[in-house]
Design a protein around this ligand. Structure first.
Ligand code: NDP
Length: 403
């Protein structure tokens, strides 16, 4: 059907390329480009072995807009799938506008020098994408991504109006390392150490990072885990696009061990994002830490257990209060068998492939900049079932998260 350029040969990039290659009738040609060509070649070789499909590779610095434009003009894809880092989002959007290519990503733009997550920078491109007749799809991973589509789906099919949203992300997997992150360590630690914001009666309320803890028992015997309230970018777009939501919170599971390491690293300054001088060189502590920690793409063979990510939504249907829980569980080792990756990269990469498929099949092809929940959820939800992330909906009699 069409050619895509995938940018970013990391943990998520590897899954996206695998899943696109499995659907050769939709993704007729694939080019994988990243800063380090050897990483692209490694992924391409693995895909050749698994699927027989040839994935072209290229080296690109996605922060260099002219270099990106030249690559896009040479490859002439219909769509760019951006799974590099959030710092590159605006540069890749600029290059897409210049080369006349549709755009999608899995994480909102973050400036390198401020740990700040908001959509304003990308929403500011609305008029430019409208004028160019191009689509930009934002946040097509799992969270953001599937969780937004889950919310849109239950709002459409189960409620007249939704009032409360709790997004609960549990990773019940164990990789056996004392400390490692399941996706890019720098982005992960910036997210986890940021102040918490949740939506309460029409505004965001700020509380200290990790200051609210609860316990959550997952379905399907995934287990009971400590979860912590934190800020996550989909809260901003979901409360904008579903203005009847009175309270929205995001929760993520962390082990005591992870939090103990993070506290010590924070206390000694290793999670800092401001440069420090070391033996005549300027180094950014969190970037140095990233170089020491295991590469998330290497966790696949060692990670055992399951993830359970979903949304509890409260609202009204036909005048009656109602509670719905919609979720997916995903097994780390099953992901590894299929695409050679752990479940965090898998649960991000599959929705990225599906979002791209929606654009290429012209189901979600409309000029402008769109958060994923603004588009009709039904075809995406069908594809989640078909391509590796089956979901379930259960109606609950009551729900509360207690400390
Ligand atoms: P990785 O660090 O494993 O991979 C990032 C890749 O981007 C690397 O291969 C890196 O190249 C490449 N890259 C970085 N800078 C540039 C640049 N200037 N030009 C070209 N390539 C560049 O990260 P992940 O795969 O774990 O995460 C990828 C994205 O997915 C991130 O934006 C992350 O926030 C997002 N994500 C979203 C989730 C969701 O559910 N929505 C969940 C998890 C992740 P090199 O290796 O050569 O340095």
């Amino acid at each position: 059907m069409a050619k895509v350029v995938i940018i970013g040969a990391g943990g998520v990039g590897g899954v996206v390329v695998h899943k696109c290659a499995q659907l050769a009738e939709v993704f007729t040609e694939i080019t994988l480009a990243s800063r380090t060509l050897s990483k692209c070649d490694e992924i391409s070789d693995a895909i050749k072995k698994r699927t027989g499909i040839t994935v072209k590779t290229a080296q690109v610095d996605a922060d260099n807009v002219p270099e990106l434009v030249a690559l896009l003009q040479q490859e002439a894809p219909k769509l760019v799938i951006n799974v590099a880092l959030p710092y590159q989002d605006l540069h890749i959007m600029e290059a897409c506008l210049e080369a006349g290519v549709h755009y999608m990503d899995t994480a909102n733009y973050e400036p390198l020098d401020t740990a700040k997550f908001e959509y304003s920078w990308q929403w500011a491109y609305q008029q430019k994408f409208l004028d160019a007749g191009l689509t930009a799809l934002l946040g097509s991973g799992f969270d953001p991504g599937a969780t937004n589509v889950f919310t849109a789906y239950v709002a459409k099919h189960y409620f007249d109006e939704i009032h409360e949203l709790d997004i609960i992300d549990v990773n019940g997997g164990d990789h056996g390392y004392p400390f490692a992150t399941n996706f890019n360590p720098e982005i992960n630690i910036r997210e986890v150490t940021a102040e918490c914001r949740h939506w309460e009666n029409g505004e965001f309320v700020t509380t200290p990072a990790m200051s609210k803890k609860a316990s959550f028992t997952c379905p399907e015997e995934v287990g009971t885990y400590d979860i912590y309230r934190m800020y996550h970018e989909e809260l901003e777009s979901l409360t904008k696009h579903f203005p009847t939501i009175k309270r929205a919170q995001f929760w993520m599971s962390f082990s005591d061990n992870y939090l103990k390491h993070l506290e010590v690293l924070g206390n000694v300054g290793m999670t800092g994002i401001d440069p420090v001088e070391f033996e005549g060189n300027q180094i950014v502590p969190i970037q140095f830490l990233r170089a020491l920690l295991p590469d998330p793409a290497s966790l696949g063979p060692r990670t055992k257990g399951r993830t359970c990510i979903g949304c509890v939504v409260k609202g009204k249907k036909d005048g009656k209060e109602k509670i719905v829980y919609i979720y997916n569980t995903c097994d780390h080792q099953a992901c590894y068998q299929e695409v050679g990756s752990q479940a965090i990269s898998y649960t991000t990469g599959v929705p990225a492939m599906i979002g791209a498929k929606m654009i290429l099949e012209e189901k979600w092809l409309q000029p402008g900049v769109w958060n994923i929940e603004q588009l009709d959820p039904d075809a995406f939800m069908d594809d989640m079932n078909q391509y590796g992330l089956p979901w379930k909906v259960v109606e609950l009699d009551n729900f509360s998260l207690t400390s």
